[in-house]
Design a protein around this ligand. Structure first.
Ligand SMILES: [Zn+2]
Length: 387
């Protein structure tokens, strides 16, 4: 594509794709590839196993940065659903009201994506002394599935910039730490029968009650624990456990043969998710007693932790004019990217408090302020020797 749109116009184009997680990303991926395609820009796709969704990577500047020079700007293309009745305008049409840009994804995080794409689009690829990579992922909102897939498909010996900036809405603060998030499914099996003949069946729901009480006990126990790095999470300095859904039974006159619960847990950086899952498993099985209780652990989205004195953290803080360290309670693509050895920070316009809500907003002023900051960061990493 020869000409570029203004940042706001590009944002308007991006939010017009209702790229809710799990949906095919074909249309929005085609659009971003077309937009960034030009001589000197190398574009690759890293699709999901079924080919329906894809990560897009655009690389500019010299290849073969074996020492990890350069920078990755990472954003996710998917958004959470926008079915809340409180929307005062179409969630997939960008609205401007009272100094805010409003649409699903305006804040989390197509605003950042528009800035990253435009910064890349306006650079002369020949002027770069180190590579710039724009990585746009899928299905971040349901557990960073796209980022995980990218780390699996990326050849281990292929060079990639070591420093990564993940543009989650942090109100333009550099964040070097976040919790992880993993899921568990507990299935209690019983035997169904006519409720008039209960001796022929065994309820799966009654033992589920005991399992819930045991899990609430474990949650309280974990809330009293103070793992390493807990001081950075003053609101929740512990592992959180949420029983998010429970389903069981078919009718009021059938003894239920199955009850399924879904749990979400958020470990602190440095903790073993598998070890926490083992505690859950032990409690659940014990509480279920005679009933068969199946416990599955999946979608382990890792926590992110970058040392305070890591070069990437120091540089980003210096450029953002920040002295202190920040942590957030939500997970991001930075967990999987860190696991592949990258130094990741979160940094982006918008407040997380406005994300995942009806009338999701991004203050226009903050959107405008983000641009020169990001340009300065890109300049430091890609337009001369790495600091
Ligand atoms: Zn996000």
């Amino acid at each position: 594509m020869a000409s570029t749109l203004s940042d706001v116009d590009l944002l308007a184009r991006l939010v017009a794709f209702p790229s809710v997680s799990e949906r095919s990303t074909r249309d929005i991926a085609d659009f971003v590839c077309d937009y960034m395609e030009r001589p000197g820009v190398r574009i690759e796709r890293f699709p999901s196993e079924d080919g329906e969704r894809t990560n897009v990577l655009a690389m500019l500047g010299p290849e073969g940065a074996s020492a990890g020079e350069g920078l990755i700007l990472c954003g996710h293309l998917d958004v959470v659903p926008a079915t809340e009745p409180q929307w005062s305008s179409d969630p997939f049409t960008l609205a401007r009201r009272d100094g805010d840009l409003i649409a699903r994804g305006a804040c989390d995080m197509k605003g950042f994506n528009a800035l990253a794409m435009n910064i890349a689009a306006r650079l002369d690829p020949d002027s770069l002394t180190s590579p710039l990579a724009v990585l746009l992922t899928y299905d971040e909102e349901i557990g960073s599935l796209g980022a995980e897939r990218f780390t699996k498909l990326w050849p281990k010996d292929r060079p990639l910039p070591r420093s990564a900036l993940v543009g989650e809405p942090t109100s333009l603060r550099v964040v070097r730490m976040h919790k992880g998030h993993f899921k568990m499914r507990i299935t209690i099996h019983g035997r169904s029968s006519h409720s008039g003949y209960p001796h022929l069946g065994r309820s799966a729901i009654e033992p589920a009650g005991a399992v819930i009480r045991a899990l609430a006990g474990l949650r309280e126990e974990m809330e009293r624990e103070r793992p390493e790095h807990c001081d950075f999470f003053p609101q929740t300095p512990f592992v959180t456990l949420n029983i998010g859904t429970i389903n069981g039974g078919a009718a009021f006159n059938i003894i239920p043969d199955r009850c399924v619960m879904h749990l979400g847990l958020r470990p602190l950086p440095g903790m073993s998710a598998a070890a926490i899952a083992d505690r859950v498993r032990e409690r659940a099985i014990e509480a279920a007693g005679e009933s068969e209780c199946e416990v599955e652990f999946f979608n382990d989205n890792p926590a992110m932790l970058l040392a305070e004195d890591a070069p990437t953290h120091r540089t980003m803080c210096e450029l953002a004019g920040q002295r202190e360290s920040h942590a957030v309670n939500y997970a991001s693509d930075g967990g999987h990217l860190s696991r592949m050895g990258l130094e990741c920070v979160l940094f982006g316009p918008g407040s997380i408090e406005d994300a995942h809500k009806p009338n999701e907003r991004l203050a226009e002023r903050e959107f405008e302020a983000a641009r020169p900051l990001l340009e300065r960061i890109v300049g430091r990493y890609c337009l001369r020797a790495n600091a």
